[in-house]
Design a protein around this ligand. Structure first.
Ligand code: URA
Length: 188
């Protein structure tokens, strides 16, 4: 574990811990405020993220931005990262060995950011962070607390692009996040 961002970022720069390193253009480390109260965790970079090196800048990111704007959550005041830092081919779900190889980086980011709330975007984030026994269908919209952090699982924005009917639930879940942040007096 690194106790500063520079060392952590440098350690990731040349990562070859899993096969996803072979096809990456850029490592997608994370974006936002390093002192964020709220952290969002997605699955892995897509084509746009791979080419820009920034998470959630493609279609799914644009959908997320719209929700942020609608709910008056400032994207610059949160921190956004993914389970894996390199793009899986054809945007497939990261395999277990890939996620496991990358998880310590994310854990280190969580330790440095010290968020009060973590939003888990989709099944891959939920299962890799809270455990494989969890189900996004059953648990989205329901708070879980672990080691002083409140977790809100919700749909991945890409799932909403495939099925519009999930949008209302996604907004509802983010509204719960906003209300909880306000209750705790956290900056958004
Ligand atoms: N989907 C993700 O899970 N993460 C991104 O950064 C982009 C799309």
């Amino acid at each position: 574990m690194f106790d500063n961002w520079e060392e952590l970022e440098t350690s990731i720069k040349d990562c070859i811990k899993c096969k996803l390193c072979r096809n990456r253009t850029n490592i997608v480390f994370g974006t936002g405020t390093k002192e964020a109260n709220i952290m969002f965790i997605g699955e892995g970079p897509g084509a746009d993220e791979d080419s820009q090196g920034v998470p959630f800048v493609g279609k799914a990111g644009q959908l997320m931005n719209k929700a942020f704007q609608g709910l008056e959550i400032n994207r610059d005041n949160v921190y956004i990262a993914n389970i894996v830092k390199c793009r899986p081919p054809q945007n497939r779900v990261p395999e277990k060995d890939e996620a496991n190889a990358c998880l310590n980086y994310l854990r280190n980011q969580v330790i440095l950011v010290k968020p009060k709330i973590i939003v888990l975007l989709g099944s891959t984030a939920l299962r890799n962070i809270l455990g494989d026994e969890h189900s996004i269908t059953k648990e989205r919209g329901i708070w879980t607390e672990k080691k002083g952090i409140r977790y809100m699982p919700t749909w991945h924005p890409a799932a909403i692009l495939r099925d519009e009917s999930k949008k209302i639930e996604f907004w509802k879940d983010l509204k719960l996040v906003k209300e909880e942040a306000e209750k705790q007096g956290l900056k958004l």
